[in-house]
Design a protein around this ligand. Structure first.
Ligand code: LFR
Length: 507
């Protein structure tokens, strides 16, 4: 008998991956599989690109090409390994969305949430529909680029959005449907349009308690911005993770060599898949550490209190009715952007492991910058922006790369520690450990600094939490594994090695 396999398409802000999750092991022929092995079948670059007007957009057709290539190699790997592909699931970063026109074609490449067209828009919206009224329903932290604000930016012609406002307003006029990025890929794979709920929860348009589109918020938005009156009709039907989306279209089967494989809804917000595969136990916080650090707790219900709102905690939706109670910390973006700038200066890629070793040898705690400031959101010129922030603190920092990297990581660790202690007091949960998953779980210095700053043990891994969460939800949807989140996390624990860092002093 062939072992079951599931393909995870995982799109990140800097790269996309196609992973084949192979269930069980050679020795485990009977009974439900206790582990999953991930095989990378494709990897392709991603990143926002400036269009002719300077607007930052995602090249989703290039991503689609990478996905098809990855599916083709997943098919090859599966046949070499005696694996039967039983499903495909797609996750990506949240919030960003595409419009389809009346013929089902893409109206334009989707905007990247880092495009400055949303500057000032949220405040304008809050003057008409207060933040408190939003929070009472959608439970979302304030982020300047939430889908709702992008939509308003697209129909506003005010000075703050002059640059791209009119062009994107034209785009909205042609829009018949709004699809979040993973749902767009799902549509291209199957021809069916849905809105998966964990990702839909980041739009600002969902009710965090009922997990449905909020008639109240959509109604108020339409009353304030008549151009958006048709928004409700442009939002697809919501589905929960585990639902069947459809089957690969004949042309996709042909292009990939895969057969009539089902496409399954998973927790399509990458952070939701990552949290699903974080081997949490009671009282553990998590940091999903990549481009962003998403720092918080898994809860059974949203916390919509005034204190929670003031602390800017979000209630994004998770697997199996859970809530991801967290705050966005700027994450490795700031470091990655510095590395990108330095590599461009040098005309050669910077040696990151070497740089991190040198940063580890720097004295810690020289200063902390507020890495979460909006000033760090946009791409470009990051070393100067961080140095300027240091200078504003009146600190005389040596002008070396390791010194700057150390400040960035100290600041990131401090911000994460603050989010953990805030989440703990706001949700009334005593936190005993912090799980770090995603790419940042491999950054030993960051794990150590986080452990020290939080005064808690850090348990690092899995690196590929998102892909694992994607695969496991598919496996459960078709009955290859069964059980609740705890059972899925048992499979994660037996599949990967975790590393522990105790809060011993770091220099
Ligand atoms: C992480 C992430 C965050 C979201 C940000 C923008 O990849 O999905 O959860 O806030 O990207 O979509």
């Amino acid at each position: 008998v062939r072992r079951p396999g599931f393909v995870a398409v995982d799109l990140g802000a800097t790269s996309g991956r196609v992973m084949l999750g192979i269930m069980g092991s050679e020795s485990e022929s009977e009974g439900p599989p206790s582990k999953v092995e991930l095989v990378e079948c494709g990897r392709f670059a991603n990143g926002p690109r400036a269009d002719d007007d300077g607007a930052l957009r995602w090249d989703v057709r290039a991503l689609w090409g990478g996905i098809l290539d990855g599916l083709r190699s997943a098919g090859r790997v599966a046949s070499e390994r005696g694996v039967e592909i039983r499903g495909v699931g797609v996750d990506s970063w949240a919030i960003d969305h595409a419009f389809l026109d009346a013929s089902g074609d893409l109206v334009a490449d989707p905007f990247c949430y880092r495009d400055p067209r949303t500057d000032g828009v949220a405040d304008e919206v809050y003057r008409r529909i207060p933040f408190a009224d939003h929070y009472a329903v959608n439970g979302l932290q304030h982020l300047p680029f939430t889908t709702e604000f992008q939509l308003v930016a697209g129909v506003s012609t005010g000075s703050t959005t002059e640059k791209t406002g009119s062009a994107s307003g034209g785009e909205w006029a042609r829009a018949e449907q709004l699809l979040l990025i993973p749902d767009l890929i799902g549509y291209w794979l199957t021809g069916r349009r849905v809105a998966e709920v964990t990702n839909a929860s980041t739009t600002g348009l969902l009710d965090a308690r009922t997990r449905t589109w909020s008639a109240e918020l959509l109604g108020r938005l339409a009353a304030e911005y008549p151009e958006l009156a048709g928004l409700r009709d442009r939002l697809p039907e919501l589905v929960e993770p585990g639902a069947a989306v459809g089957h690969l279209l004949p042309e996709v089967q042909e292009a990939t060599g895969l057969g009539d494989v089902p496409v399954l809804a998973i927790a399509s917000h990458d952070t939701a898949s990552a949290v699903a595969a974080t081997p949490l136990r009671d009282g553990a916080a998590y940091i999903s550490s990549g481009t962003w650090s998403l720092v918080g707790l898994e809860l059974p219900a949203p916390v919509l209190t005034k204190a929670s709102r003031a602390a800017n905690f979000t209630n994004e939706l998770g697997l199996d009715g859970t809530v991801r109670y967290l705050r966005n910390v700027m994450g490795l973006w700031v470091l990655d952007e510095c590395v990108r700038a330095w590599s461009a200066d040098d005309g050669a890629p910077v040696d990151l492991p070497g740089l991190l070793d040198a940063a580890a040898a720097e004295p810690g705690g020289r200063c902390l910058v507020d890495v979460d400031g909006d000033e760090f959101l946009a791409p470009g010129d990051m070393p100067r922006r961080v140095s300027d922030a240091v200078a504003r603190l009146g600190v005389d920092l040596p002008g070396t790369r390791p010194a700057l990297v150390r400040v960035i990581l100290d600041s990131l660790a401090a911000s994460s520690a603050r989010a953990i202690s805030d989440a703990s007091s706001l949700a009334g949960v005593v936190v005993s450990a912090v799980h770090v998953v995603g790419g940042g779980s491999q950054n030993e210095l960051l794990c150590r600094l986080t452990s020290k700053a939080a005064g808690l043990p850090v348990i690092a891994g899995p690196v590929e939490a998102t892909a694992l969460g994607n695969v496991l939800v598919q496996a459960r949807a078709v009955g290859v594994v069964s059980g609740d989140l705890a059972a899925l996390r048992d499979v994660v624990r037996s599949s990967v090695a975790l590393r522990r860092y105790d809060p011993e002093p770091v220099r």
